[in-house]
Design a protein around this ligand. Sequence first.
Ligand code: UGC
Ligand code: NI
Length: 162
Amino acid sequence: MSREIVAAALTAEAFAPFGDVLEAAGAPDRVINQGRCGRWHDLARLDIADGRAGISLFEAEARSLPLTLEMMERHPLGAQAFLPMSDDPFLVVVAPDDGGAPGRPRAFLTSGAQGVNYPAGTWHGVLTPLAAPGRFAVVDRIGAGDNLEEHWFDVPWVVRAP
Ligand SMILES: NC(=O)N[C@@H](O)C(=O)O
Ligand code: NI
């Protein structure tokens, strides 16, 4: 079996089995602030166990494709959402759970105007910008306990551009 994955354009439909896509798509759900602001409402559910949701800022090193994917991780106690602070596309890699390990990964390229939310327990690659400065607002669980499970592949995957 090939250990190569070809990235696809991120869409809410394709990503639905894994999590939520956050984007201001179509007409806003609500118009607020005296008609001067559109609100795309409640786009993602933040399931947080035994703790609270917090907002942090990440600045991650930019990577390039093809990318060697050696590890995936998941957070059993809470969701994790990544909201870009630039309009650069970034790489999103997710996988189904296969008996406690990631199954075949799926790779997506964001449009530059999309964020993602991984529900608790979703296997994902770590934050992977494709352009500097790689700055993101990250909403995830703040709390005690071990909320990080890593899986290192015996044989890495290679993620390629479409
Ligand atoms: N470790 C951390 O805060 N970030 C990772 O969870 C990640 O998904 O990038
Ligand atoms: Ni994570």
